[in-house]
Structure formats: C-alpha cells, structure tokens
Design a protein around this ligand. Structure first.
Ligand code: PLP
Length: 426
C-alpha cells in the first residue's frame, strides 16, 4: 500500500483526481487506488508486490487472464517489425476474417480505437443511413462517453433526455430518449410516439455497467420487432458482452439479428480496439464507399490487431467460453449457500457476475437497485482487498472470470466471502 499511496499523491498533482478514468480513483469504495505492477494468469501484483486474484481483468478485455504467453509473443513479433504504418496491414484482415467467420450477421466490419468510438461511429452511420436524428437508449446502460450518450431519462417517457454530465449541450440531449430496461409497455409507447423519427436504438448486449441486468428474451424480441416495424436501426452494443456470454455474443445468445453491432475489449486482447459492423447494405454507407465519414490515425494498427487475433484464436481453439461456463457453474454452486437478503445476492451470465444487495432476486432495471448498495459494497470491497482479491472499485461494475482461473481460485474467493459475512454479522 505504501508505494501505491506515494504514487497516488504524485498523480493527484498531475491528472484530474490522479487518474485517467474516474472510477479508478476509488472514490465510491474509499481508500487509495492500487497501482498494479504486473499480471500473471489469474493474478495481479501491485507495486508493493502484494498479490491479488483479479476479477477486474482490465475491465473485461483479458478473457485469457494476464500476460498469456501466445498473446505476449504475437505483440512482440509485430513490434520487432515496427508498430504502426498508417497503411493497411495484413493483421487487420486476419482479425476481421476471424471475427466475421464466427458472426454470420456481420457482413463488414470497421476497426477503431475504443468502445466509445465504435458506438459513436455506429450511431452516426445509423443516422446517415436512415436520414433521422433521434436515438433511443435504455436507462442504466453505458455506451461510452460521447455527448449524446451521457443522457438520463427526462421526466416524461418520450420527452427530452437531460445531460448526465456537465458540458453536454441540452440540444444534444434533446435527440436522445431513455426508457427503463425490462419495461415492454414503455418501450412500445416510445415507438408509437417517436418510432418514425428514430434513427437507432442502442441496447447493451447484456446490460453490465450498472449492475448486471440480464434482460428477458421476450423483451429483446419485442425490440427487434418494433425496430423492423418502424424502420429503426437496432444497434447491439457488445463492447462488454462480446465473447463473454454463451454463444459468444448477446445477439446470438438471444437469437436475434441486429442491424449493427459494436465491439471492443476482448477483440483487442487488452490493446486499445473497438469495432463496428453489420449488414452489408448499411456498412456500405461508410466512407470511402459511402457518405458517412469516419477515420482514425491508429485504427487497425498491427499491434492491437495481432493481440486481438492471438486472443480470439485461443478463445476459439480452446473452447474458452465452455470452460468458463463450467467454472461459472462451479462458482454458482459455491456462492449460492451464502446468498440471502441480509448478505448479498449473486447473478451471472457467461464470464460476467455481479453481487447485489438488499434484495431477494436480481434487479432487472437500474431503478430496481436498492439504495445503500454502494455502502454495503464498499465494506465488502475493502475486506476483499485485505484478503488479496481485487474486485472492481464500484458497486455497479461486474466481476469478470477468465480462462486462467481455476476452481481453487473460486474456493479462495468464496472462503473470503464467508469470512466477510461472519464479520458483518458478528
Ligand atoms: C457496453 C459498453 N459500450 C461502450 C463502452 C465504452 O468503451 P471504451 O471504454 O473502450 O470507450 C463500454 C465500456 O465499458 C461498454 O461497457
């Protein structure tokens, strides 16, 4: 802790809040952020050389765990030849082929540098394609930090959204509406009022940025039907859910065909990557084929493409999704006896899990998360750090399993949870 504290003191003189992404500052769990020094498999080591079982996985990309040898090698091999040219490179074709061969509904793909950029570009494309401006999203879903996506629901259903960040113009908010998750009647009403003015609906493949709010299949199918009926582009944002849920993507899990899909995280293997793709007819609107402009100095750079390709190759060859599913089922069976309204609840899909508080059943909408959850989580988080377990520093973030984790790691985690409950109830 000592060295992390010293580094954080220095950082606060240099960067807003000492960090380059707000949740890293530990504000909602208290204490000093840990500075990580290295990672190996399921574990990370901080600068004081304390070891932690890591459920953050760099916020999701590290589906194989830390520093997997083949990915490390793939990155080094590229770097030895020079790492960026600003020209097309072979690696982008190889990654595109790998992704498209597994996703029958995606005809063309464009790589960018982050999930935010992917969603931003997909929304522009949907607007260009439909000639409409309005978009709909769901409360509690996060799609990156573009102006018109940092919007909360306004007072009325189909009324204007309001900015959830300073600096976002009201005029942008006016084009974004929110409806709650798990609310089919409200969704239907939105379409009746504004469907024919709407360019796109954005749905997080599995809402996992404000708790893990896995939606029922019926709602997703209703959404697809309404989008068809009103000529609205359905964008499935799979930045987080991509290659982390059964059948690889949430749209395949639910058995629907979105018009556009966005990716990030796993497809870059831990390097900065995003991507958007979809139906040929829509993707052909993107420059240089069509009038929708989108570009990037480092888009498709060979280092990120090689890291993504090496990661996905192992993911498919070693049936990582199936293996993690089995590990997840083991975790379910160990955790369930500890769960209850006076301890915590637990929910999981694929390699994503979440601990929630003060409820009998998992919430399905942001509005159902019980107040006071953040304080309960903060106590748990502090205890886990002492035990050598690194959970995301926010009650609303999910935990990530990876292919390097074992049943012994799950036992270690569950044992610590048991000790935490004894302490809480003593
Ligand atoms: C569903 C979803 N979309 C978009 C983003 C933004 O991605 P990035 O942080 O790479 O910009 C995230 C980030 O967590 C996400 O989970």
């Amino acid at each position: 802790m000592k060295q992390s504290e010293a580094l954080f003191d220095r950082a606060q003189q240099l960067m807003p809040g000492g960090v380059n992404s707000p949740v890293r500052a530990f504000r909602s769990v208290g204490g000093t952020p840990l500075y990580m020094d290295r990672g190996e498999g399921a574990y990370v080591y901080d600068v004081d050389q304390k070891r932690y079982l890591d459920f953050c996985n760099s916020w999701g990309p590290l589906i194989l765990g830390h520093n997997r040898a083949e990915v490390n090698q793939a990155i080094k091999q590229v770097i030895d030849r020079g790492w960026t040219f600003g020209t097309p490179v072979r690696e982008e074709i190889e990654l595109a082929e790998m992704v498209l061969s597994r996703l029958p509904h995606v005809d063309l793909i464009r790589f960018v540098n982050s999930g935010t950029e992917a969603v931003m570009s997909a929304v522009r494309l949907a607007r260009g394609y439909t000639g409409r401006e309005r978009i709909l999203k769901f409360s509690g879903c996060y799609h990156g930090h573009a102006d018109y996506l940092l919007i909360e629901g306004g007072s009325g259903l189909a009324t204007l959204g309001k900015p959830s960040s300073a600096g976002v113009p009201e005029a942008f908010a006016a084009l974004t509406s929110n409806v709650p998750l798990n609310a089919p009647a409200k969704l239907q009403r939105y379409f009746e009022e504004l469907g024919d003015q709407t360019a796109a609906v954005l749905m997080e493949g599995v809402p996992a940025n404000n708790g893990l709010l896995v939606q029922e299949t019926d709602l997703i199918h209703l959404l697809r039907k309404l989008c068809d009926q009103y000529g609205v582009v359905l964008i499935f944002d799979e930045v987080l859910s991509g290659f982390r849920v059964p059948r690889h993507t949430a749209h395949q899990y639910y058995g629907i065909t979105p018009d556009l899909v966005t990716f990030g995280k796993v497809i870059g293997g831990g390097m900065p990557v995003g991507a958007y793709g979809g139906r040929d007819e829509i993707m052909r609107q993107v420059a240089p084929l069509g009038p929708v402009y989108q570009a990037g100095t480092l888009s498709g750079n060979p280092v990120a493409m090689a890291a993504g390709k090496a990661t996905l190759q192992i993911y498919f060859e070693e049936h990582v999704q199936d293996r993690i599913m089995a590990l997840g089922q083991y975790l379910d069976s160990c955790i369930s006896p500890l769960c209850g309204p006076t301890s915590f609840g637990y929910t999981r899909i694929g390699s994503l899990f979440w601990l929630y508080f003060h409820r009998e059943t998992p919430p399905l909408a942001a509005e159902d998360i019980v107040e006071g959850s953040a304080e309960s989580y903060a106590r748990l988080h502090r205890f886990m750090l002492k035990c050598g377990i690194y959970l995301a520093p926010s009650a609303y973030e999910v935990g990530f399993l990876n292919a390097a984790m074992t049943e012994a790691d799950m036992d270690f985690f569950v044992d610590a949870l048991g000790r935490y409950l004894e302490l809480e109830h003593s």
